[in-house]
Write a protein of this length. Structure first.
Length: 202
């Protein structure tokens, strides 16, 4: 009787493993049919879980950028992500926004971006905590974007620095030529972005 029971259990495990392998093969075949550029951002195109809180208006997202002091860059560091806060500037003259930030021409951030330019960008504004019937919640606005970094030079780098100064409230400040030459100025071409708001109405 024990031999029969053990045989049934082995059969069930084998059938389950076969089913899992079959599903993995099917998923792999499906992904092979999707162009790489689409697959890279396929996971980010899912609808927001609480759509009532989604910010979809372009002008409202621009206002969110203007009210945000710092953005956080999520950079790939092989075994684990590397997140660093940076001051920034932005432009939204095309369909998608462009972010600008600067830093040294050496160091961990610079080295990682030269290896893998794809980044995640996060920005947020905290307003206050609020007591609810069930517990406590936070009132906020935030955005998350995905894009690709590019190191700028010449006139593009100078324009990027001016955008940063403009966002920081120093639009009239000139960019010293020596400073521009010794600074790494990056542009993030945004490929996908979403905004979210939690206020007294949602």
């Amino acid at each position: 009787m024990t031999d029969i029971f053990d045989g049934k259990q082995k059969f069930k495990r084998a059938a389950k493993n076969f089913s899992l392998r079959a599903r993995k093969r099917q998923k792999a075949r499906t992904l092979e049919k999707i162009p790489a550029t689409v697959y890279n951002f396929a996971r980010k195109e899912k609808k927001m879980r609480k759509q009532l809180r989604e910010i979809t208006d372009k002008e409202e997202i621009k206002d969110l950028f203007r009210n945000t002091d710092v953005i956080r860059l999520g950079i790939s560091d092989e075994k684990q992500p590397y997140v660093v806060p940076v001051s920034f500037g932005f432009d939204w003259s095309d369909e998608q926004p462009t972010f600008y930030f600067h830093g040294a021409r050496e160091g961990k951030k610079f080295e990682l971006l030269t290896k893998n330019p794809f980044v995640c960008v996060e920005g947020d504004n905290f307003y206050r905590y609020k007591k609810t019937a069930a517990s406590v919640t936070c009132l906020y606005e935030s955005f998350i974007a995905f894009g690709r970094c590019r190191l700028l030079d010449g006139g593009e780098a100078e324009r990027g620095l001016k955008k940063i100064l403009e966002h920081c409230g120093y639009a009239e400040t000139a960019v010293p030529e020596k400073c521009a030459a010794n600074t790494a100025v990056f542009e993030i071409a945004v490929e996908q972005i979403s905004g979210k708001r939690r206020d007294t109405h949602n």
